[in-house]
Write a protein that binds this ligand. Sequence first.
Ligand code: RB5
Length: 147
Amino acid sequence: MKIGIAADHGGYALKKVLHSFLVASGYEIVDFGAYEQNDQDDYPDFVIPLAKAVAAKEVDRGIAVCGSGVGASVVANKVSGVRAALINDHFSAHQGVEDDNLNLLCLGGRVTGNMAAEEYVQAFLNAKFSGAERHMRRLQKVHLLEK
Ligand code: RB5
């Protein structure tokens, strides 16, 4: 499984932790930056390229980190085909995939601790969309907004 990751300065430290965690877990990583701590950088510059790669299926899933995770989720959801959410609990990390086909996990580097973030990422990556008719129906209604 190929995983894209991205972060601004607010998420840079957590992205580094998650990068190591994902490599140790056997995932292939595509890192969309930031590649250094720069307090002047802007989350769209890293999250938009990641979101486009998720939409184009160049990566299987994405993980975006900013300070709160809010900006990352706002901008990622502007890209057609991306279903992004800010995740702050384990249940939503897997249920978001199972029911809503979440393909881009957003985290707050200033909010979520390293171990909790690793657990959310693991739950997100292990989860599969159920494909249940009611969820397909709901997602089709979401998809219509992208036309
Ligand atoms: C940057 O200071 C911060 O605003 C950003 O990382 C993020 O939290 C936005 O939602």
